[in-house]
Design a protein around this ligand. Structure first.
Ligand SMILES: [Zn+2]
Length: 264
């Protein structure tokens, strides 16, 4: 079974025999790369497009996830960059987030067809693969964290950041809640390692700055890529989690609602 990786643009260069793929579905067209790593087929999806052409709210999350489903993907490993709201999380730190709060309103956020269980939004099996890989490589990964998903494209005000901190949020980004919801809605196993690239405004006096963000990503790219590649090798063929079953329960519940409605 192929594994999908969603992340920044550099990753696919480490795969073997890469070929570009272009898929079209009812939501739009998607550009991906297909390759191999240690005998395992890997599909790579550059989240923001091959040339970073899509801002967070412009990403066609539905087309992306549907394309992965059509390719027979069942597991997705993701990485994304975040700002830190927690002084214990410094620039360059890796955080395997376990919860999110969705604060977005400027994009399609769901396939809008049935209600899925999101109480544990990330796959426990893939999370433990990430942690095992980190342990084997001696890479520090914080194993919990709550992510708040902001609208973008603007950054937050100091008052917003203060509020999010009071709510107990650890990191902030603009993509992950949307991606995680749609992953669950299609029954994928999905987990994400985030990299903190800066402290959010209000925690630091420095304004958000793209050059710093790029530098931190660049400095940590090798570590993050190693972690991803190792994790790919540790994902077992069989799924021992509830991700697929919770999706099937959602489908069945919706079908039964519709049936009951028909009979009423
Ligand atoms: Zn799972």
């Amino acid at each position: 079974m192929p594994i999908a990786v969603i992340g920044g643009t550099g990753f696919y260069k480490l795969l073997e025999n890469t070929v570009p793929l272009q898929l079209r579905n009812e939501y739009g067209s998607v550009e991906l790369m297909r390759g191999n790593y240690q005998g395992r087929e890997v599909i790579f999806l550059p989240r923001h497009g091959k040339n970073h052409e899509f801002l967070a709210h412009e990403i066609n999350y539905r087309a992306n996830m549907k394309a992965l489903q059509e390719l027979g993907i069942t597991r997705i490993l993701a990485t994304c960059a975040v700002g830190s709201l927690n002084p214990e999380i410094q620039a360059g730190d890796l955080v395997l987030i376990d919860q999110f709060v969705d604060f977005t309103s400027n994009r399609p956020k769901s396939f809008n067809k049935y209600s899925v269980d999101m109480s544990e939004p990330y796959c426990p099996q893939l999370r433990s693969c990430f942690l095992q890989a980190a342990k084997e490589l001696d890479i520090d990964v914080r194993d919990r964290g709550t992510y708040i998903c902001g609208n973008g494209p603007r950054y937050e005000t100091r008052a917003e950041i203060k509020l999010f901190q009071q709510w107990g949020m650890d990191v902030i980004g603009m993509t992950n809640a949307t991606e995680a919801v749609m992953a669950r809605e299609l029954g994928f196993c999905y987990a994400v390692v985030t990299i903190a690239t800066n402290m959010a405004p209000g925690i630091t006096a420095a304004p958000p700055d793209l050059a710093t963000h790029r530098r931190v990503v660049q400095e940590n790219r090798a570590r993050l890529t190693q972690l991803l590649l190792k994790t790919i090798t540790l994902v077992p063929e069989e799924r021992h989690c509830d991700c697929r079953a919770s999706y099937e329960r959602a489908l069945a519940a919706r079908a039964s609602q519709l049936k009951a409605g028909e009979g009423a």
